[in-house]
Write a protein that binds this ligand. Structure first.
Ligand code: GLU
Length: 502
């Protein structure tokens, strides 16, 4: 393998969406390959036909490309090692299966599902780890089944699978690039099914053959595949192939350290895309789930190019990585702070038009979907939103009249003198020449001070009528962006809706 061009792969099963764990696996494979000036390949593992989802592979590939992970070879791009979809490689697996059968490293098995289940229950009752009981291991391979019986079943056309014959009393060993040396005793290894009765290979068989034929040098994948290693290593040994190097990535965990699950939040990358998270933040976030730059480094914001330069498998930990959405929000905020206004505006414009379709805009549409207006909203709100959709959802009062007024705020701030005061202040605002944050602030102070009142008395109710909520950006700046007409209309409407208060 020395001096060989580095080749890595991401080998998803097309089950309908890209899991964040899958994105991390793809990313680490991509970063490692690019750092080593090698190739990153996508191979679709669709040998479980019952789990197939139409168009899943296209979605997977487009989600990866959205993240900036573009494969050198894939079902879409092609390449010299295709086809890159396992269901198009069935004859290859069949030939290699024949070879194992001929060389007596595999055997036909006619045990029915009921028999297997019965055997499993029996072993469990005896406190044994369930394994195939080798009923169909032929005599010439050390089993009890006469080959005439095997032939008879074949002639009858009985359904069968092909199993690998795990050698007795051997130990299988490899050195994981993240976990160090790991050894397995063959007594613990099951005679794995290689070919299923539908003529499709199992994951184990197909992936070993493809990893070899596609000349991958490094297999980087989730820790859940570690227990499969002895089966895979034995297959390499049967074929006389040199295995690639392996790295098993730490599990992703929920905040309570249980295995990452849908129940505790979104796990599909597409959910985050839909919410308006940026690819930079997601990639940055996922990169840090298990990898860090090393001691002494305080850096947390990394671009894809920096990640390519800095990534190394030595700096991937073994301990489970907690999927902390707060961190993703924080990272997204960092990116929003530095993203050019024009880019954010062009990203949020379609969201604004789409997401809130059917709801009447309060101000004329050309005004509030104009670059100038949206630019002002972005400037004012960019420190406050977690992701771009929140410019539309969290700041909806810039586009729509408040639908309601926060009851706790009303109760606390809307005293009986407020309607009259607001009405009077509205006339002051109306005669304001300029309508800027400064002029509004000045006008408000000049209005309350001679009355012996505190500005806060009016600031809070003004915010409530203008936005419906008790929190937000600087009130004066918010009013400036909304514009005089809208503010005056909202004061009247607020008084009308909230009433005389208590
Ligand atoms: N198809 C497997 C999966 O869905 C790939 C495992 C591997 O990388 O070997 O995760």
């Amino acid at each position: 393998m020395a001096g060989q061009r580095v080749r890595t792969r991401f080998a998803p099963s097309p089950t309908g969406y890209l899991h964040v764990g899958g994105l991390r696996t793809a990313l680490y494979n991509y970063l490692f390959a690019k750092k080593m000036n090698g190739d990153f390949v996508i191979r679709i593992e669709d040998t479980d036909q019952s789990r197939r989802v139409e168009d899943a592979e296209k979605n997977l590939i487009s989600s990866l490309e959205w993240a900036g992970i573009v494969a050198d070879e894939s079902p879409v791009r092609g390449g010299n090692y295709g086809p890159y979809v396992q269901s198009q490689r069935l004859s290859i697996y069949r030939d290699y299966c024949m070879q194992l059968l001929e060389e007596r490293n595999a055997y036909y098995c006619f045990s029915t599902a009921e028999e297997l289940e019965e055997n499993r229950q029996l072993q469990l009752k005896q406190g044994l780890q369930p394994k195939y009981n080798r009923k169909w291991l032929p005599e010439e391979m050390g089993g009890n089944m006469p080959s005439s019986e095997v032939r008879k079943k074949m002639e009858e056309g009985a359904p069968y699978v092909v199993r690998m014959k795990v050698p007795d009393y051997v130990s299988v060993w490899f050195e994981d690039l993240i976990r160090g040396p790991i050894e397995f005793d063959s007594a613990t290894i099951d005679d794995q099914v290689l070919m299923k009765s539908d003529g499709f290979p199992t994951y184990h068989f197909a992936s070993v053959i493809d990893d070899h034929l596609m000349e991958f040098t490094h297999i980087i994948r989730g820790e859940e595949w570690l227990p499969s290693m002895p089966k895979h290593l034995l297959l390499y040994e049967f074929f006389g192939w040199e295995p690639p190097k392996f790295a098993h990535l730490p599990l992703l965990l929920n905040a309570d350290r249980s295995k990452l699950s849908k129940r505790q939040g979104d796990v599909a990358v597409e959910d985050y895309i839909r919410k308006g998270f940026s690819s930079e933040a997601i990639v940055n976030f996922v990169a840090l789930l298990g990898w860090n730059e090393g001691e002494g480094s305080e850096q947390e914001v990394f671009s894809m190019n920096e990640l390519i330069q800095k990534f190394s498998l030595e700096r991937v930990g073994r301990a489970g990585a907690v999927f902390n959405v707060e961190k993703l929000n924080w990272l997204e905020k960092q990116y929003i702070k530095t993203r050019p206004v024009a880019q954010i505006v062009s990203n949020i414009k379609p969201l604004l038009l789409e997401e809130l379709k059917g709801r009447p805009f309060e101000m004329p549409e050309p005004l509030i979907t104009s670059d100038a207006y949206l630019g002002k909203v972005v400037d004012l709100m960019r420190e406050r939103v977690n992701y771009e959709h929140e410019f539309v959802t969290f700041s909806s009062y810039f586009f729509f009249e408040p639908e309601s007024y926060e009851p706790e705020a009303v109760q606390k701030r809307w005293t009986s003198e407020i309607p009259a005061l607001l009405q009077e202040f509205a006339t002051v605002l109306e005669s304001c020449g300029e309508f800027t944050a400064e002029s509004i602030e000045e006008a408000l102070k000049a209005f309350v001070v001679p009355k012996g009142l505190k500005p806060a008395l009016l600031i809070h109710p003004l915010r409530i009528v203008a936005s419906g909520v008790s929190f937000g950006p600087s009130l004066y700046h918010m009013l400036e962006v909304l514009g005089k007409e809208t503010v005056l209309r909202r004061i009247v409407r607020g008084i009308d809706r909230i009433g005389q208060g208590s």
